[in-house]
Design a binder for this molecule. Structure first.
Ligand code: SAM
Length: 231
């Protein structure tokens, strides 16, 4: 297991309302942390392709994607409880049926709960960059986790990452480029993400960190790779 956490949980105590709300509703939309491989059909009652969003934070991007793309099932993983509660409220308000939440470290989720070759797309919008040299060891997207993610992708599956941290971007690219010749599948640079979602428009896309990067006129780097299996 990954001993160094890629996150620090900073939040004040939940309000009484949020506490009651969470206890009352979370179990209906939650996939519980467990030490065994899960069966997606058990949670979604269909065989639609699975899209994973890692670290959705407190924005509504994942909600909009789920509402507008009922041809997919979405699983969103987050360790930030206010983000989970915010998302839970939107799921209930919009009566969303194709989105489940996992409140847990995604490293654990991918290592123990997700079957290999089972996911159509894994997306990460603005993974915590940990820009200071002494904190870089906290970055989630290191070789071992990247390798696990590619194992989980199905044939033709996509990995899509957006960041405004050049150093993290270069690090991730170099990890993937080093790793891609060592396996039973090939990994190619790809440009398919725009075709995944109906009416996808990168210009109107909004996440909390994307909006902030745009306001600060930062360069935004997108990383996209596709897995092609041999068999
Ligand atoms: C910089 S925020 C980005 C939030 C959102 N995607 C956006 O673009 O505004 C990164 C998020 O990743 C979450 N995160 C970091 N490490 C994680 C992990 N190991 N498992 C699940 N979520 C994690 C953090 O809690 C945080 O909400």
């Amino acid at each position: 297991m990954n001993n160094i956490k890629s996150f620090i949980c900073r939040y004040r105590k939940l309000t009484k309302f949020n506490n009651i709300f969470f206890s009352k509703y979370f179990n209906f939309f939650n996939i519980k942390k467990q030490n065994k491989i899960i069966n997606f059909q058990y949670y979604f009652h269909n065989k639609l392709p699975i899209i994973f969003d890692i670290g959705f934070g407190k924005d509504n991007n994942i909600i909009n994607l789920a509402i507008n793309n009922i041809q997919y099932n979405f699983i969103a993983v987050e360790v930030y409880l206010p983000g989970i509660i915010n998302c839970l409220k939107s799921i209930i308000k919009n009566n969303i049926k194709n989105l489940r939440l996992i409140y847990c470290d995604v490293f654990f989720v991918f290592k123990y709960m997700i079957p290999n070759n089972s996911i159509k797309l894994i997306q990460l919008y603005f993974p915590d960059p940990w820009p200071k040299l002494k904190h870089k060891k906290r970055r989630l997207l290191k070789i071992n986790f990247i390798q696990i993610m590619f194992n989980k992708l199905e044939n033709n599956g996509l990995l899509y990452i957006v960041t405004d941290c050049k150093d993290y971007y270069l690090d991730i690219i170099s990890c993937i480029e080093n790793f891609k010749y060592q396996n039973q599948f090939l990994i190619f640079k790809s440009n398919q993400y725009k075709n995944i979602y109906k009416n996808f428009n990168p210009l109107t896309l909004s996440t909390k960190f994307l909006d902030k990067a745009k306001r600060e006129k930062k360069i935004i780097y997108c990383i996209e790779y596709q897995k092609i299996s041999f068999f």
